[in-house]
Design a protein around this ligand. Structure first.
Ligand code: GLC
Length: 479
């Protein structure tokens, strides 16, 4: 009995800690700027976006940035020939800049694959925690366009610009991922002290001039991204430990460990950024307040609708960055994730890590293609939809069309080929007003009856196994 009690307690703690560690922040503050509100509403209709983590770390096929962070976490372990001694490792890591040459880089190919899969927005790592800028910044030479980097002589060397341009042409919303911490900047990890952990390694209150330099550097880099890269819709800022001390949530483990006030002056950044990009959506991740316009649960799906705009960011493989031989989720798993997320009112931001040659693993293309086949038939129940009670029951998930009186019931399948049961029961409100039920993609009518608060659908035997549908069947219920 005692064992069971302890086990239950442990499970509860694991669940709570999981939510905290995975970047779900509470206390949402809605934006007041009309342009931001409108853009946010439009973004919520898009439902499916592409995330990309790409940098020199892809050359070694190791975790993005974290292997140079002196913390003893599972994901920070150093591997490979330079693994043993920290300083040698960091030197070799930063030296990757001199060999980065992704000659297969072709953003149009990515746009095509993403568009065919039904993705509508993109978020790209312009700079991750390691500080390597994937854009032509003037604030540092630790960047892809520096002459030390072989790819700098390529006409597409400013990859952020090329990616934003290519995706904009196809009307994607454009998101710039930007890490607030910068482990290369001498004003963040001051070489006078060794770095101790992910945080700034000196007290900004004791060395305000140095911290001011870091604030200006950040402001200037974001300024460049907001000025020279066309229309940017989302500024997705990671590294939540760079935050005013007053905003720390001490119930979250990694926030408890933040020793110093790391106020980067977000109001100043926001004012400048929104002057250049009116209506810009700001995502100051985990820093609940006016600059976290939507929340970003990471590698997880909230178990019910949230009362504010949100997006689950989830890897297609196991890792955010390219790892050779990474195991990719199946198209079936991805479609199921998308359905769950959309039925709870969120967006899915699906990550693919480009390799050191500048292309994706062929498996990623094939997954996108399968997802696209499904979206072409069933996308009308995904885009522009809102969540609707009862949200889900067993393996049935609901969405409601933004306009018109239509509800979609998604019946997920554990296998690629859908096998339908002989009957399906939907619990819907206003069933007396139901006019028609159609199975999308089958071209066949199904029999249905509204009765005692339920809609009962009968599936003819031939259709149960012979629907030809993949991943999930969608019933369109018209009022
Ligand atoms: C995790 C990773 C970080 C990555 C982020 C994306 O926090 O530690 O490297 O950029 O997820 O959401």
């Amino acid at each position: 009995m005692k064992k069971l009690y302890i086990l239950t307690l442990n499970l509860l703690c694991v669940a709570a800690c999981y939510a905290q560690e995975h970047n779900m922040s509470a206390n949402y503050v809605a934006p007041t700027d009309e342009l931001v509100k409108t853009k946010l509403q439009n973004w919520q209709k898009l439902k499916f976006g592409l995330f990309m983590h790409w940098g020199t770390y892809s050359e070694w096929g190791v975790v993005e940035s974290w292997s140079i962070c002196p913390e003893d976490e599972g994901w920070t372990q150093r591997k490979g020939p330079y693994g043993a001694d920290y300083n040698t490792y960091v030197k070799a890591y930063e030296n990757l800049q001199t060999t980065f040459n992704p000659v297969k880089f072709d953003p149009d190919k990515w746009v095509k694959a993403a568009k065919d899969a039904g993705m509508k927005y993109v978020v790209f790592t312009t700079k991750h925690h390691d500080g390597f800028s994937m854009f032509d910044t003037k604030q540092t030479d630790y960047k892809i366009t520096d002459p030390k980097t072989p790819f700098s002589s390529n006409p597409k060397a400013n990859v952020t610009k090329e990616i934003f341009k290519a995706f904009s042409k196809e009307n994607f919303m454009i998101g710039a991922y930007f890490s607030k911490p910068d482990w290369h900047s001498k004003n963040y990890w001051w070489p006078y002290f060794p770095p101790k952990d992910r945080n700034v390694n000196y007290d900004p209150a004791k060395h305000p001039d140095q911290w001011q330099k870091f604030k200006d550097f950040t402001y200037n880099q974001i300024g460049e991204l907001m000025t020279d890269y066309g229309k940017v819709d989302i500024l997705w800022m990671d590294g939540g430990w760079v935050r005013p001390k007053s905003t720390i949530d001490t119930t979250v483990d990694w926030q408890k460990a933040i020793t110093f006030n790391q106020d980067i002056d977000m109001p100043r950044i926001a004012e400048m950024a929104r002057k250049k990009q009116p209506g810009l959506i700001m995502v100051d991740r985990t820093v609940a307040g006016p600059y976290e316009n939507y929340t970003t649960p990471e590698q997880q799906v909230p178990d019910k609708p949230l009362d504010h705009p949100w997006e689950s960011c989830i890897t297609m493989g196991n890792s955010w960055s390219y790892v050779p031989g990474d195991k990719y989720k199946s198209a079936n798993e991805i479609v199921t994730l998308l359905i769950k997320i959309v039925s709870r009112g969120g967006n899915l931001l699906m990550n693919i890590g480009p390799g050191p040659d500048g292309d994706w693993d062929p498996v990623a293309y094939s997954r996108l293609q399968q997802i696209g086949s499904w979206i072409k038939v069933n996308g009308e129940g995904i885009y522009n939809s809102t969540s609707v009670a009862p949200y889900s029951e067993d393996n049935i998930y609901y969405t409601k069309a933004d306009k018109g009186n239509t509800i979609y019931a998604f019946v997920t399948s554990a296998k690629d080929q859908v096998t339908l049961p002989a009957s399906i029961t939907l619990h819907l409100q206003d069933i007396n007003k139901v006019k028609n039920v159609v199975l999308l993609g089958s071209g066949k009518k199904v029999k249905w009856k509204a009765d005692k608060g339920t809609v009962n659908i009968t599936i003819p035997a031939a259709l149960q196994t012979g629907s030809g549908l993949t991943q999930a069947a969608v019933f369109k219920v018209q009022y």
